[in-house]
Design a protein around this ligand. Structure first.
Ligand SMILES: [Zn+2]
Length: 263
């Protein structure tokens, strides 16, 4: 039985994916070559993580106990095995660990990332994040917030270009991530990361400081399924961010939505 305990308001056409749809996605659509290509920038073995049903409360019955926890996947031979885990768990979310580890599992660096989410945007209709939390709608967002978060992502990217040169923006299913792959960014200390997060905040960007500072080291895995909104996480070139429309763009529509996406 599916229990929709925490239904968030989402832009039209976005909705929770069912278990059957998650299964269809991870068996037929999830692209291992693309994941492989994305992770080539990451030196050392990558740890993956997954959340089965924390927000959607949709999970295979046998994983009821684990549904709300973050499961780390670090024992695997190859990406095919990672996919096997995903088709077994049928998670609402899949992540990878930005930390870089050496062969003795010691952390040697961390990929730098910036996380811009629509709920952090102050909306002319729905107010601030605090207003949304008061209504228990902390993960809800609307089309206006989506537009505003896109504008912020473009200007943050341009701001970061003054300092870094190897960056990629990713549509995360809700908002956008900016990943930085410059070697010097991997080497930043925790203090330098905190300072950078503070600077960016002070410039007016509504980022999640925990992600940039590194306290939250997991980041959504590109090409995985975002099960709260039924969208595929995809890299989006900075030049196309302006025109990118995650409600209709075919690249981020999982096949199970078929023609049922409403305009
Ligand atoms: Zn709004």
């Amino acid at each position: 039985m599916l229990v929709y305990m925490a239904m968030y308001h989402l832009p039209q056409g976005m909705r929770y994916a069912t278990l059957e749809e998650r299964k269809q996605f991870y068996t037929k659509e999830f692209s291992l070559p693309k994941v492989q290509q994305w992770l080539e920038q990451h030196k050392g073995k990558v740890k993956f993580a997954t959340v089965i049903g924390r927000h959607t409360k949709i999970y295979p019955e046998k994983y009821r106990e684990e549904a709300g926890t973050t499961i780390i996947i670090d024992q695997y031979k190859n990406l095919d095995e990672v996919r096997d885990y995903l088709t077994e768990f049928l998670p609402e979310a899949a992540y990878y660990d930005r930390n870089v580890y050496d062969s003795k599992n010691r952390k040697t660096g961390q990929e730098l990332a910036f996380d811009l989410d629509p709920e952090n945007i102050t909306c002319p209709i729905h107010g601030t994040l605090a207003d949304k939390m008061r209504r228990h709608q902390g993960l809800s967002f609307c089309k206006i917030e989506l537009e505003l978060v896109k504008e912020q992502s473009v200007s943050l990217y341009e701001h970061l270009e003054q300092r870094f040169s190897r960056m990629k923006s990713v549509y995360s299913g809700r908002g956008f991530h900016i990943h930085v792959f410059d070697p010097e960014a991997y080497a930043l200390s925790t203090n330098e990361r905190r300072q950078l997060a503070r600077e960016v905040k002070e410039k007016g960007f509504q980022i999640d400081e925990w992600v940039t500072a590194g306290d939250m080291r997991l980041i959504r895995l590109p090409y995985s399924l975002h099960g709260l909104v039924s969208r595929v996480v995809i890299p989006v070139e900075k030049g196309e961010l302006d025109r990118f429309d995650p409600i209709h763009d075919k690249r981020c529509l999982p096949r199970f939505l078929g023609r049922r996406v409403i305009s």
